[in-house]
Design a protein around this ligand. Structure first.
Ligand code: WT7
Length: 635
């Protein structure tokens, strides 16, 4: 028997085995019993891993918002769907019921249609964490427009690149946003981006900060008057299972950001199923995920997963340090939060502050606490367990990626015994394997290797927008027939997985996935820079920070190094965003390169970490003498 909710370890093993032996039957049952469809599928799954061609629920017809909202109205119309907790704690929190959410999404959907947005069009959403972010995203899903939410911390040129890559015809933004004691001029950033985005013909602006903004006649419109004039009667678009639901950009180890495309039915089924099980969600729970909706964590576990289950989800506009470091705990008490899901970088930052901040609060409504985004170190795990979960709430260390759509490896609370720093066991439907350098599967336990998944699951991204070749190349070529995650992992004696980190040129800084290549590109555009290389090094709070090795052009040699460093960071901030700034910059006369011209990053990583014990084999280096020089000049 397959059940929607797994209740104990025996049921987990039964369902897991079934999902491997009979994946079609397994997902057929989950999908047909827990969602509403206009028409069911002809085939559960159809795939060719070599071509990276994957389809789930073939030819089924469905609408995401029908499942997130409409079907709950009869029984749960008055239930709170969204609790909005503003940045400023003295501003009143909002409770948006399912009925009200339905009304607001329908109006917004009508506005989009009236503005000429049609099924299949791309809409860029660049908003702070306010209810309109959820409502506009859902409105796109309702009319079949493909949303591309861009985190409102990205710079103008980063937004412009994302808008152009997917040819968005509309941008939805706000006059500004609040973050702690700062006000951010979002419309100003968008105005700058719009100088380079010829595809955009309409801009809708939400009022949040009442800041003075520039409104360009014929292009920019305030959203509210359009909503006021719109009808709340809207018929949802009938979507094919494989119609794209959204694009979400993630950085890669090379070149431009990858627009990961998630389609409708598979993503829906997977987000809902994983939400229910990983957070052990029950009716009347209050779920709070602290991520931003601009990341996949927010898409799947602030918006879609909770709403699909008819849950109450918290949208928090602020930051953990404002007005002080007790904000998270205060919000948990205020809204009686039962599941709390955050990132190791936030946990480490809070653990550094006085314990009084957390001990003042009785966090006894909490049942489950979660972690996501990067490996959680042992110290942070224990602090979280001792002071937030009070050794009473299971910690779900959830491993997944933008590309996977939902959580793949995680304990199930009250089901899987947890183990600090381990994401533990795969969810039903997920078949992880560890691979060695010769591309062989490593059998048995107590082994390490590159983490791959050998069978598709409904939530996997289907392609990279406009570049299927790159999708194939990035994820399906290193280990033929398998999806390669880019992560390394260890499997312990009982089969639990521990994710050890990226094995490619991606560095995770404060939970943000940063490719080194685009940052190097940004640095190299500085007129005084000839070449650069970026590596990560361990950082107490951020997990990793960035260390840049920079070679100057002759003209740069005469310039003040401190000013140059500032300019380089400014350049990065302008092109990518402040999250990608370097913590350390070292000016060098050369970089360790192999005879084929590849930078030996492994050596730079060791130097950045301050570990000079063993640089490994340096015999293939063209310029071995540079290693000593760089080491001596370490900052
Ligand atoms: C990368 C994906 C989807 C979650 C948000 C980040 C790392 C994520 C864990 C974890 C160890 C983790 C991996 C992964 N990661 N969760 N629980 N333990 N590492 O999504 O930006 O696409 O990043 O984050 O390295 O590949 P993302």
């Amino acid at each position: 028997m397959t059940r929607y909710k797994i209740n104990n370890l025996e049921e987990y093993f039964k369902d897991y085995k079934k999902s491997v032996r009979e994946p079609k039957k397994f997902w057929d049952k989950i999908a047909s019993e827990n969602f509403t469809w206009y028409q069911e599928w002809e085939k559960v799954v159809d795939f060719n891993m070599a071509e990276a061609d994957i389809k789930w629920f073939v030819n089924a017809k469905v609408n995401m918002t029908k499942n997130c909202i409409d079907r709950h109205l009869a029984k749960k119309g008055d239930k709170t769907a969204i609790i909005f907790e503003p940045n400023d704690p003295s501003e009143e929190a909002l409770h948006i019921s399912y009925t009200e959410l339905h009304e607001r999404v329908c109006k917004m959907a009508n506005v989009l249609r009236e503005q000429g947005v049609q099924k299949g069009d791309r809409v860029c959403i660049y908003l702070p964490m306010i209810p309109e972010l959820a409502i506009t995203t859902l409105a796109c899903a309702r009319i079949g427009a493909v949303h591309s939410v861009v985190f409102a911390g990205f710079s103008a040129s980063a937004v412009a690149a994302r808008i152009n890559d997917s040819d968005c015809k509309m941008i939805i933004t706000s006059d500004g946003g609040y973050r702690g004691n700062k006000t951010i001029d979002l419309k100003g950033i968008i105005d700058e981006a719009l100088a380079d985005t010829p595809c955009v013909t309409a801009v809708l602006v939400v009022k949040r900060t009442n800041s003075a903004v520039n409104m360009q006649e014929g292009r920019d419109q305030w959203l509210q008057p359009l909503l006021d004039a719109a009808s709340d009667n809207n018929t949802a678009e009938i979507m094919d299972a494989e119609d794209p639901l959204f694009i979400l950009y993630t950085s890669g180890s090379t070149g431009k950001p990858k627009g990961m495309v998630h389609t409708t039915a598979g993503y829906m089924v997977y987000a809902a199923y994983t939400f229910k099980n990983v957070f052990s969600y029950e009716d009347n729970d209050i779920f709070w995920c602290t991520a931003d909706i601009g990341w996949i964590t927010g898409h799947s576990y602030i918006l879609y997963g909770p709403l699909l289950n008819g849950a109450t989800t918290v949208i928090f506009e602020g930051v953990p340090s404002y007005p002080d470091y007790s904000r998270f705990w205060e919000v948990i008490v205020k809204h009686k939060v039962t599941q709390f899901y955050t990132a190791p970088t936030a946990i480490r930052a809070l653990a550094k502050e006085s314990l009084d901040y957390v001990q003042k609060y009785q966090l006894d409504t909490l049942k489950v606490i979660g972690s996501v985004g990067e490996p959680i170190n042992e110290e942070a795990w224990h602090w979280y367990n001792d002071h937030v979960g009070n050794k009473r709430c299971p910690i779900v260390d959830t491993w997944w990626q933008t590309e996977t759509g939902g959580i793949l490896i995680s304990p199930l609370p009250f089901v899987t015994p947890t183990k600090p720093t381990y994401a533990t066991l795969p969810l039903p439907g997920i078949q992880p394997v560890l691979m060695d350098e010769k591309r062989n599967e490593i059998e048995g336990n107590q082994v390490v290797g590159s983490l791959c998944i050998k069978f598709p699951w409904p939530g996997i991204a289907r392609t990279i927008w406009g570049d299927h070749e790159r999708y194939k190349e990035t994820y399906f070529s290193a280990f033929p027939g398998k999806y390669f995650t880019g992560d390394g992992a260890l499997r312990d004696e009982v089969g639990y997985y521990r994710i050890t980190g990226r094995v490619d040129d991606v560095v995770i800084v404060s939970g943000h996935n940063l490719g080194t290549a685009p940052i190097e590109d940004a640095i190299n555009e500085h007129p005084a820079v000839a070449e650069s290389a970026i590596v990560g090094f361990p950082h107490d709070i951020k997990g990793n920070a960035l260390y840049g090795f920079v070679i100057l052009k002759e003209t740069g040699e005469y310039r003040d190094r401190e000013n140059l460093s500032k300019e380089i960071n400014q350049q990065i901030s302008n092109q990518i965003g402040p999250i990608a700034k370097l913590d350390k910059i070292q000016f060098v006369s050369g970089l360790p390169k192999t005879r084929s011209g590849k930078i030996m990053r492994r050596i730079l990583r060791k130097i950045a970490e301050g570990d000079y014990s063993n640089f490994g084999d340096t015999s293939t280096l063209l310029n071995p003498e540079i290693v000593e020089e760089i080491k001596n000049g370490k900052v």
